[in-house]
Design a protein around this ligand. Structure first.
Ligand SMILES: [Zn+2]
Ligand SMILES: [Zn+2]
Length: 143
């Protein structure tokens, strides 16, 4: 609840519901993945979901990352602070990677062409659970 009031957002039940889903997921989820839960709970429609996600991203509570297939994924990991993601092209899971020590995105000074406002770094590949043949049947446990 404080996550929302801290950034000046009214903690409506729908916003809290979406944020709860993302906090519980511990991974970045796409809107269709979120909708699977939402439709199950019969909580809201797609348009409302996108509006809520946009608002949460705008306020920095939720981070958005976009993969090569142009799919947006959303996460509430690390309190919305800067961090990178890893997308497994086999199981389609998107892992949140720990933030860098100084918690800030950086550019090499010689490449610095201006002020950085947002950064979206997404590594793509195959996760270790998908690489290990004996583990393919059991997805990695959430921390
Ligand atoms: Zn995988
Ligand atoms: Zn994340």
């Amino acid at each position: 609840m404080r996550l929302l009031t801290d950034v000046g957002l009214e903690p409506t039940s729908k916003r809290l519901y979406v944020l709860e889903l993302l906090l519980r997921a511990t991974k970045a989820l796409s809107a269709p993945q979120l909708l699977e839960h939402i439709v199950h709970d019969n909580a809201m429609n797609k348009v409302t979901l996108y509006r809520i996600l946009d608002k949460l991203v705008e306020k920095g509570v939720v981070r958005r990352t976009t993969s090569a297939d142009r799919m947006h994924r959303y996460c509430a990991g690390f309190h919305g602070e800067f961090h990178c993601h890893f997308h497994c092209v086999r199981c389609d899971k998107t892992y949140c990677l720990p933030p860098p020590p100084d918690n800030r995105p950086t550019m090499p000074p010689e490449m610095c062409v201006g002020r950085i406002d947002t950064v979206d770094i997404l590594y793509e590949g195959v996760c270790s659970a998908c690489i290990a043949p004996c583990e393919t049947d059991s997805p990695p446990q959430s921390p």
